[in-house]
Design a protein around this ligand. Sequence first.
Ligand SMILES: [Fe+2]
Length: 189
Amino acid sequence: MSGYGLNEFLAETQTVIAQAGEPADCVEAVAPLLHRLINGSRDFLKPEHFQSKPDCYARNAIHVDADGGFSLYSLVWLPGQWTPIHDHGTWGVVGVVQGVLEERNLIRVDPDQTRDTGIDLRRGGPILLGEGTVTTFVPNPDHIHKTGVPEDREQTVSLHLYGRAMNSFHVYDVTEGTRERIDVFHNES
Ligand SMILES: [Fe+2]
């Protein structure tokens, strides 16, 4: 037992976010906290946080802050399940508790990054995150990526903390050069 559980993590996260100025400050402060949490006892993770879905990765709420300040989810990825290409419009911190999570990044190179059309995306390299590791992102500019697990790897479970209640994000169509705001739902309801 590490003595560092979900309640301690949430309280410290609340404090450091309140003190942080910009998104990069938030992720610098929260990343070591999430690293400590996922490398501790993890007894806060219950069976409902490991729920998977056959057709799509599953998003299970762990904590959604009452004032919408931040939210924490477990995502469960079966082999072959991927997100679409997306951004989050906010900062985030991701930690892996089981398996290997792969993130494939894209770089937007057209000059006006606020437009929903005329989007020119170039492929960047992948990142493979093993158990106990943490990554972060900030919207400076939008962090555009797809995340998932290839067919030949095992089920993966990751914790995702976002700088707001995560109820919508942009999904990109590389061929059309467009993006669209999509509402997402999790397994609370
Ligand atoms: Fe993402």
